[in-house]
Design a protein around this ligand. Sequence first.
Ligand code: ADP
Ligand code: 5GP
Length: 185
Amino acid sequence: MANRLFVISGPSGAGKGTLVKGLMSVREDLWLSVSATTRQPRPGEIDGETYFFLSREEFDRRIEEGDFLEWADVHGNRYGTLRSAVEQRLEDGLSVILEIDVQGALIVQRSYPEAILIFVKPPSFEELRKRLIGRGTESEEQIELRLANAKMEMELEGCYNYSVTNDEVDIAVSELNSIIDFEIG
Ligand code: ADP
Ligand code: 5GP
């Protein structure tokens, strides 16, 4: 048994949040990192649970102080992983899940080469568009930006240790679960 750092990423709308929720409901040995962001909260999102919602000034101050393990500009806002919480959980012997964008995943890979990167992809680009529209959380303009970014993000799949296609949620969660079992040993 070894605790590991897992990074789950892939294009917006692929279903990362849905799969991570499913995964966390069946495992107790994982800790899900709560990121910081400068994006506005969506209805129902709770500060400190979904994200730590920070002003741009506060976010940039924390960059200066070295508080982020990684951070990136994603679809027009800043998002970052808080270093101290992740390092503490790893020291405690838990495995940690980061659900972050592709740029952030590659930064983590450089600083933690032993991290396991898992790419979540949609069955098709059309399905990705449908999911983003169906989620109903972004403006049309934001959806187009996320789809344009998805084209570039899909090209980085080869940098990952594993890929999971999110066609049926249950099957994809069980694939993720098997990868984690295998890597934890
Ligand atoms: P991400 O976190 O990658 O941005 P979400 O988990 O928010 O993506 O999923 C985007 C939308 O697609 C949500 O409305 C979600 O309910 C839906 N969704 C997720 N997985 C599937 C799936 N396998 N089949 C159909 N819809 C899905
Ligand atoms: P959303 O605005 O839909 O919650 O997230 C937008 C994107 O930001 C998603 O791809 C999500 O994975 C990514 N993201 C969330 N937290 C972080 C983080 O801490 N770091 C990075 N690099 N990306 C993040």
